[in-house]
Design a binder for this molecule. Structure first.
Ligand code: IPE
Ligand code: IPE
Ligand code: MG
Length: 253
């Protein structure tokens, strides 16, 4: 049974690849807290389980599926509002993850980026991230972006501030177009996400990639993040492939 399932999954992967994968997949990994509560465990146990899922998904997307860009929402600007012990446990998990998994990520050709502000993160996390950014710079098999200390509105505001500064310094034309504005976002080097998955049944952006998701296809599932599987990710990709994106135009008949 297990082997049969694996064979079926392999076939679906091959079919999905042949049909054209999304170039950039973004995921709002939600539901760790509820997952833990259902088991009578602390929220931090949910985050630990969620990290295991994230590792599996990164591996699946990079190694099996071959999507080029994967962006994971790991910690929002607004998540600082959570109890200190939960924030501390999340930061510790992140720092441990970087220390224990960097070699594997590098071996797998992962180029790591951070979307968000490194300032304001605990020193150990910042150092882990800076090391990973520097060491993975030459990789290009999977472009993995972690949105950490990230907020879409804040991202747009910091872009405006930097544009004003450059304008005052005479380095910019008076006309600000989309192409120029993009270069000031954390995602300057990334294509817009084609597909956005959110787990745990919530149907909102929660301040994630506001500018970049203007024409992104959404896919939501009730599954809580720690229970999310590669099979379900494939389902999302299949759904994406069955849609017709119009970008405001009309379909040719
Ligand atoms: C998502 O799970 C992980 C982070 C925000 C870091 P939550 O912690 O939001 O889980 P729920 O939504 O409370 O279940
Ligand atoms: C969004 O989830 C942030 C991350 C997944 C890191 P939240 O759980 O923080 O979002 P809300 O509060 O339900 O909107
Ligand atoms: Mg949540």
């Amino acid at each position: 049974m297990g082997i049969e399932l694996a064979a079926e999954l392999k076939e679906r992967i091959a079919r999905a690849k042949a049909q054209g994968l999304p170039q950039h997949l973004a995921i709002i990994m939600d539901g760790n807290g509820r997952w833990a509560r259902r088991r009578g465990q602390a929220r931090s146990a949910g985050h630990r389980a969620g990290l295991e899922t994230a590792k599996k998904i990164v591996e699946f997307v990079g190694q099996e599926l071959g999507i080029k860009y994967l962006t994971l929402f790991a910690f929002s600007k607004e998540n600082w509002r959570r109890p200190k012990e939960e924030v501390d446990s999340l930061m510790e998990l992140l720092a441990d993850f970087l220390e224990k998994n960097l070699d594997q990520l590098l071996e797998n050709g992962v180029r790591l980026r951070v979307l968000g502000e490194l300032d304001g993160l605990p020193l150990r996390v910042r150092q882990g991230l800076e090391r990973a950014l520097a060491l993975s710079r030459g990789n290009e098999r999977l472009h993995l972006s972690l949105a950490i200390n990230y907020g879409g509105r804040q991202e747009i505001l910091q872009a405006v501030e930097r544009i004003l500064r450059d304008f005052a310094a005479g380095a910019l034309p008076a006309k600000i177009d989309e192409a120029l504005f993009r270069r000031y976002l954390y995602t300057a080097e990334l294509p817009d996400p084609d597909l956005l998955i959110r787990t745990s049944g919530e149907e909102r952006l929660s301040n994630f990639l506001l500018w970049q998701s203007a024409y992104t296809e959404f896919w939501v599932t009730k599954t809580l993040w720690p229970d999310f599987t590669p099979e379900e990710l494939l389902q999302a990709v299949e759904s994406f492939q069955s849609r017709q994106r119009k970008f405001g135009g009309v379909l040719e008949s």
